[in-house]
Design a protein around this ligand. Structure first.
Ligand code: SAM
Length: 316
């Protein structure tokens, strides 16, 4: 199907093999009189990324809950859709949820959108979705753009397993503490960041996580889209020279298994051998097993561990 003004207006929209054969299809499960929630992803920059299903959902909604009604109104105007909007943002989602759930119970088809991308992903939606599910009301989604997914795909880093971390805490102390918890994470890390904190965040990542490979994905789907792939140290230097501009996703290589073993080994070496063995004894291991495990952690042979314990005991 071509994206023409006609299809954008939804006149001859066909959604599934069933509808391709001309059968009509409901956007959400349930009967026509049942209320429902349809979570709709919207473009993160390029309006051509709106899906046909998103347009139909917006057009057929009884009510649209939007993070910022002015922003969504611009989107609706662009596609010549006239609908009533209700605001549902971080500050009021909890209190709005009750009345929205009630309206869905009364039969309203509610659509949820955020300013850009996928609702619920570092955007409002989680509470409304949870409460709608709890009320037994059908919930489904018209999927579409999400900056994290696009960035991880374009990063060139391993995509098989990744870990979405959203925004890091803004207070430096909390940020450092959080980064410390991410040190052993071997999956690719994906984070959102605002331009004014980018430099500080990159510097903190370098300090806590070391000089890993990193991709900075900026202004995705927009005119100035750019993905810079380098090491964290080089990116820190790059951004000493240029000002961060636009929206960023940071994609960072996970911890290398070997580096992780080394850092763990360093931690173990700070502990006396006998305490290390005692730790395993306390978990229920027998003496031989405990010495074997401690030897492995420390990169030693079992005999070395045994000798070390004997010499400690003799010197006491
Ligand atoms: N729900 C959105 C999604 O699905 O991607 C994310 C909303 S979150 C409030 C906004 C953050 O997403 C930005 O600070 C930036 O980190 C990232 N982001 C959104 N649009 C982007 C774009 N076009 N290019 C790069 N990053 C983007």
């Amino acid at each position: 199907m071509q994206l023409t003004p006609e299809t954008l207006k939804g006149e001859s929209m066909q959604l599934t093999p069933g509808t391709l054969k001309g059968e009509s299809m409901q956007l959400t499960p349930g009967s026509d009189s049942t209320g429902s929630l349809l979570v709709v992803a919207t473009p993160i920059g390029n309006l051509e990324d709106i899906t046909l299903r998103a347009l139909r959902a917006l057009r057929e909604a009884d009510l649209i809950a939007a993070e910022d009604t002015r922003q969504t109104m611009r989107l609706l105007n662009h596609f010549e859709i006239r609908k009533s909007l209700v605001s549902c943002h971080d500050m009021n989602e909890r209190e709005k949820t009750e009345s929205l759930v009630r309206q869905m119970k009364e039969g309203k088809r509610l659509v949820l959108v955020s300013d850009a991308g996928t609702p619920g992903i570092s955007d409002p939606g989680e509470i409304l979705i949870r409460e709608t599910i709890a009320a037994g009301i059908p919930v489904t989604m018209a999927p579409g753009p999400a900056a994290a997914i696009m960035a991880v795909v374009l990063s060139g880093l391993p995509t098989g397993r990744f870990c979405f971390e959203g925004f890091l805490p803004s207070a430096r102390k909390d940020r450092i503490r959080h980064l410390e918890t991410l040190k052993p994470e071997t999956r690719t890390l994906v984070l959102y960041e605002s331009p004014h904190r980018l430099r500080a965040v990159l510097a903190d990542m370098l300090e806590v996580l070391g000089n890993r490979r990193c991709a900075l994905a900026r202004e995705l789907t927009k005119m100035h889209e750019e993905v810079v792939r380098d090491t964290l140290a080089s990116l820190v230097s790059l951004y000493e020279e240029r000002d961060p501009r636009g929206e960023y996703v940071i994609v960072l290589a996970g911890a290398e298994a070997e580096a992780l073993r080394e850092s763990k080994r360093e931690d173990w070496l700070k502990m006396p051998v006998r305490d290390h063995v005692d730790l395993y004894l306390a978990t229920g291991c027998d003496r031989m097993e405990a010495m074997k495990k401690a030897a492995k952690d420390r990169g030693l042979s079992k005999r070395d561990v045994y000798n070390e314990i004997v010499s400690t005991e003799m010197s006491e």
